[in-house]
Design a protein around this ligand. Structure first.
Ligand SMILES: Cc1ncc(COP(=O)(O)O)c(C=O)c1O
Length: 426
């Protein structure tokens, strides 16, 4: 009889140890796109078409100077380099509570209703893990309703912990405000049990569309979550990135009673161009925040204290507020350039309802294409322009591509000119 170790060593591969949930896991879509671009770069450069990445969901400008200067000063403070606490230092939690009050008029208790995060992506993934009991059988899985098209990490992070994401479609027809009751009816028709729904996610201003939600929609979704006794997860990573003349996006916590069931995820990444710093926060329902903080206590030891200091500084800094306004003006200007360019190429810009927030542009593919992946592949290979196919964000994204308008103006103009030269018209 062979020993366990002999049996293992004959055909052993670490892959055989992967969990049922991880074994089929794909590399995150944005990293797959980056890898493809790296592969094609030498041949594109040889053709005089160095890749222009319209695919990056991150600002390309530097963070506010005042913030960087403050951060550097913090580096020499006593005990700054020691471990922090997973939930975040008191000075940061207090600064967040003050900001929630000044920006949204919402009162939150910094010691029970806020936790810092290593970026909102980490917080969202841990929130899913906290409420999903892993199951193999798809019909038996805990369900989270997710925006479709929506931030690709939702689906991946739900499914890798043995949950099921069920799409709530955002379309031009529903003004990008999905009817949640219709989604439950569709889920039932698909043979799934609505009693298994544990949470619903909303994300406004939205990635990839840049859509905003009126306050009444927030009220409706709170009512929906109350009727179903589920957690309401609001992702407001882009809450500060809105254009002049547009109503400032709301917090779900402004809805009376929302704290009974809602938790909101905020990010420092996009408004302050701090994507690499990895800092965000969750705020709202004390049980949701509490379980997140408890989970984080077993998985990470908190954020570098100098980063927390800089984040607290940003929240209370008029220079940083002015920086956000300037960036938003730049994104609005970039959008104008691209809309004018795509209009010249035949795109029906008037019918598109262009975003009034974020730095994204959600564009239909030309009429002679039926697949957004084929269109994106052709544009990359023939024009060296990197787009994200709409299906990267869910099935409802077929027929569209996402562009991030974070590039310098000469690159934006170059994109339009390459489209024209290579015959990519609507
Ligand atoms: C909608 C949305 N939520 C959350 C995140 C994650 O942001 P971070 O983890 O940098 O805070 C992103 C990043 O692209 C996003 O688009």
């Amino acid at each position: 009889m062979s020993t366990l170790s002999e049996a293992k060593s004959s055909s052993f591969s670490v892959k055989s140890l992967y969990s049922d949930y991880c074994k089929d896991m794909e590399t995150y879509i944005m990293f797959r796109i980056s890898a493809r671009v790296v592969e094609l770069t030498p041949s594109l450069e040889a053709k005089g078409l160095p890749p222009i990445k319209m695919s990056i969901g991150a600002p390309t400008v530097e963070p506010p100077k005042a913030l960087m200067d403050y951060f550097v000063k913090c580096l020499s403070e006593p005990a700054i380099h020691t471990y922090s606490v997973p939930k975040g230092e008191k000075f940061l939690l207090d600064a967040i509570a003050q900001r929630m009050k000044s920006r949204f008029g919402v009162d939150v208790n910094p010691s029970t209703e806020i936790t810092s995060l290593l970026g909102s992506k980490e917080g969202l993934a841990n929130m899913f893990r906290a409420i999903i009991t892993p199951r193999l059988d798809k019909k038996q899985r805990d369900i989270i309703l997710t925006p479709d098209p929506g931030y690709a990490s939702y689906v991946d992070a739900i499914e890798v912990v043995g949950g099921l994401s069920y799409p709530t479609p955002l379309t031009l027809e529903n003004n990008y405000l999905p009817d949640m009751d219709a989604a439950v009816a569709a889920l039932k028709a698909d043979g799934l049990d609505p009693a298994r729904i544990k949470a619903v996610i909303i994300n406004y201003p939205s990635n990839p569309i840049g859509a905003c939600a009126p306050f009444e929609y927030y009220e409706q979704v709170v009512d929906f979550a109350k009727r179903h006794n589920i957690l309401l997860i609001s992702d407001v990573a882009y809450s500060e990135m809105y254009f002049d003349g547009q109503e400032a996006p709301h917090s779900i916590l402004e809805v009376p009673g929302a704290k009974d069931l809602a938790v909101e995820f905020h990010s420092f990444s996009k408004p302050y161009a701090m994507t690499g710093w990895r800092i965000g926060f969750a705020v709202g329902n004390a049980d949701a925040v509490g379980i997140l903080a408890k989970m984080k206590g077993t998985m990470d030891s908190g954020i570098f204290r100098a980063i927390q200091k800089a984040a607290a500084f940003a929240l209370g800094s008029p220079e940083c507020d002015a920086y956000i306004r300037e960036c938003n003006m730049m994104y609005a200007e970039n959008q104008k350039i691209m809309l004018a360019g795509f209009k010249r190429l035949g795109w029906p810009i008037e019918q598109l309802n262009p975003p009034k927030a974020t730095f994204y542009l959600w564009l239909p593919i030309p009429r002679n294409y039926t697949s957004c992946e084929k269109f994106s592949a052709d544009v990359l290979e023939q024009a060296g322009v990197v787009l994200v196919p709409g299906t990267a964000f869910g099935k409802t994204g077929e027929g569209f591509v996402r562009l991030s308008l974070v590039n310098p103006k000469h690159e934006l103009e170059e994109v339009i000119s390459r489209f024209e030269q290579k015959g990519f018209v609507y």
